[in-house]
Every structure is written in structure tokens, then in C-alpha cells.
Design a protein around this ligand. Sequence first.
Ligand code: RRO
Length: 314
Amino acid sequence: VDMSVTLAGQRLRNPLMTASGCAANGKELHRFFDVAELGAFVTKSVMAEPRSGRGTPRMAETPSGMLNSIGLQGPGIKAFVEEDLPWLASVGARVLPSIAGSSSEEYAEVASVLAASEAFGAAVGVEVNISCPNVANRGLVFACDPVASSTVISLVRETLPPRVPVFAKLSPDVTDITAIAAACLDAGADGLTMINTLLGMVIDTDRMRPQLGGVTGGLSGPGIRPVAVRAVWQVRRAMLEGVMPTVPIIGVGGVRTGRDALELVAAGASAIQVGTATFNDPAAPVRVLDELTGLLESKGFASFGDAVGVAHQR
Ligand code: RRO
């Protein structure tokens, strides 16, 4: 099976990626597998300045998955381009840096520092995280509003060189994800990543208070996989119906096995990210690639691309 894939003009050796946030810069996972074997390594969303994030505890386990309220902890864009990105480039990884901001201007600033950096050649695109559920400023989830989404995406698109595709990372916490997707594409996004975590909350019934320092958090893992499949399906369907241009969709949400990945691919995803599963199995992204390859082979697909969106044809 030919597992190579071209995403918005960038050829990748395979469709498997890490999901943003679950490994910061690649060094943690490189101890378990060669991160250059991935289609791309997606880094933790980085902002203009270093940040310490929200109060602890920041993670909680639930039967349906994991809840986090990290709050964009990170080194800031300067340290990212001086240390993290060059390291990933030095081991031969292709990188999809994820960027964030608390204003559209901050996104543009982060994008311009990134684009001017020496190691930027390792980037196969930029993932614009407009959907962090853990911003201190409540109501500031850009991806929940088409106008805010569009403003951020168009500024970042103008800032980056045209050869670099822009992927907008969308939130599941909206009533009509196709409307947000359409707004992002209209603003110049070259692809979409779906989905970020689903806003949730856990209460500690021993102490009778919220379990997370940040009170609410983002749910990831098995419980949100059906939500991701639905979101990818709806947006792919809207593309097939001509409601918006057809661009690559990167599917993410609760993928733990090759079969989980295949579900998102059949719904319309041209690449797959693995996040929460790496906490139990750090090599999950390459294991999922092997399992997906085997499944496609057993089903008689000659190439990965032939399987993208097939469930829409039946
Ligand atoms: O840092 C976080 O708390 C975080 C981010 Br930026 C995000 O996009 N999604 C998430 O679940 N957590």
C-alpha cells in the first residue's frame, strides 16, 4: 500500500502525526521511536511569550478519556525557534508547528517569528490553534465564532509565505462546525484539523469541589472519537456538496488503533493525529501507522489516498 500523502502541496511519507500538546517538542517521544518516521510532528501550541499555564492539578482521568486544563504552558516563540524547531530539524523530522495567541495580532507575530527562523524549512505547514478551551479569558475561543476565526486565519495567511499551508484547528464545541470550516477556508486556510478537545468538567466528590485547578478542561481520548468522526464527516460532506472548496482534513480525536484511524479516514480525513493514546503507549503513532497499513492492505486498497472519504460513496 502506498502510504504517502500530499497535503496542500506538501508531500508526506505517511499520514500519521502526533496531536498537538501531548508531546511538547518531540524529545520526549524520540526516546521511544524515531520521530522522523512520522508524516509530521505536531508541536504544542506556542504563543509569543513564555507561559506557566493554569493552576494545578491540570489533568484528570475519566472512564471516557482524559481531561486537561494546561492553559498553554510553553517556552514562547523565541525559545521555540532557537531550540525546539532546530532540534526537530536536526533529527530529520517534518514539523507542523502549532501556534496560538490571545489576539489576532499575537497569532500574526508568532507566525512572523516562525517564518523568519532558520529551521523553518522543516515545516510542512502551520497549524493555527484557534480552539484552545483553556484560555483564562472566558469566551475567547476564536473557533466558536466565524468572524473571529476568519480574522485570525487571514492575518496568519498573509504573514506566512504562500508555499506554507495553513491548517485551522477547529473546536467541537459549536453548533455548526461546517460554518466555522467555511469561514476559515474563505479566509485562506489550506486545510482543517478536526477536532480539539471537548469542554468538560469533573467534580471530586470526596472534597466536593472541582477536580481541576482550572475548573473546566478539555476532554480527549476514546469518548470524543465519535464526535471527531461526525465532525470530519459533516465537513467532508459539505465539501462534496460544493458548499466549500475541497481541502485536506486532518482527523484527530481518540485514535488508539489502526481501526480507529480508518474510521476517520473513511469519514474524509487525509491525515491522522494521535494524542492521548501516547500516554499509555508512547509509540502509538507508529503502531497506528502499521495497523492502518495492514488494514488497508487486507481491504485491497492500493494507496492510502483511495480510502479517504470512501464511506461517503456507499
Ligand atoms: O494548553 C491547553 O490547555 C490546551 C490547548 Br492550547 C488546546 O488547544 N487544547 C487543550 O485541550 N488544552
